[in-house]
Design a protein around this ligand. Structure first.
Ligand code: 5GP
Length: 237
């Protein structure tokens, strides 16, 4: 399957049409952005690492009954997946308080939450991805019905229930992550986008070391080494 026309260029990926109207190709870029695009950089090899990590995690989720857009990894930087209508909600799942949750609500950084928190952000760069409640999402028409929001929340929790123990086994705490969902050609809500250290926080269970994009956001350096370590642990190396 080959790339045809560029459909869309995002911050971390380019999306191309293919000969099949139901399938598209994502090209994972080496670019890094943070703080709504104010901080920018690039790290050679980052895109390939995220493609490989996402591929493994989509396969794991599919094997555990989660429907995703994943079809196959084509090469280092390219993934073939289903074409969907993306739902403009960023679904944030949190097991441990940090980042914007600690900043906004004053919850101590590193506190294990009494239960897993699922939040919705409006996927809208111009507005800075503001928080949404269910009524906001319905008023904005991001989905049509409340039961779609319920389904998204249920899937997000199921995904956490699969990923959290999976990473714990590999010595990584899954602190929080961002998911995106879309509707496939039959109207099913499925998991889309990527699952990688660009949109998950991983802390080493022993040392507490950050193994994710916070290394870039916080200017800690060593981003590629950390992403490679995440991939190696997934692959059991
Ligand atoms: P926070 O709200 O604390 O900044 O982020 C919570 C989690 O969601 C983190 O794992 C972070 O990586 C992810 N996240 C939230 N918003 C975005 C976003 O716009 N892009 C990416 N790549 N990840 C996000």
């Amino acid at each position: 399957m080959e790339k045809r026309e560029l459909l869309y260029e995002g911050k971390a990926k380019k999306l191309f049409t293919t000969d099949d109207k139901d399938l598209v190709i994502s090209e994972f870029k080496d670019d890094l952005t943070a703080f709504n695009g104010l901080k920018k950089s690039s790290e050679t090899g980052k895109g390939a690492l995220n493609n490989k990590i996402s591929t493994e995690l989509f396969k794991l989720l599919e094997a555990n009954g989660i429907q995703t857009h994943f079809v196959k990894m084509l090469d280092d930087n390219h993934m073939l997946h289903k074409k969907v209508d993306v739902i403009l909600i960023e679904v944030i799942v949190r097991n441990i308080a940090t980042g914007s949750l600690s900043k906004n609500l004053g919850i101590e950084d590193g506190k294990v939450l009494p239960f897993t928190l699922v939040e919705f952000d409006y996927k809208n760069d111009a507005l800075g991805d503001p928080k949404l409640n269910d009524q906001h999402a319905l008023i904005l028409g991001l989905v049509e019905f409340q039961d779609e929001l319920d389904k998204i929340r249920r899937m997000a929790r199921q995904i956490n229930d699969i990923l959290r123990p999976y990473f714990a086994d590999k010595g990584l705490n899954l602190v929080d992550f961002k998911l995106e969902f879309g509707k496939d050609s039959s109207g099913n809500i499925i998991l889309v986008d990527e699952i990688s250290p660009d949109n998950c926080r991983f802390w080493d269970a022993k040392t507490g070391e950050k193994m994710d994009k916070d290394r870039f956001r916080q200017g800690l350096g060593g981003l590629k080494v950390a992403y490679e370590e995440v991939l190696n642990r997934i692959l059991g190396k």
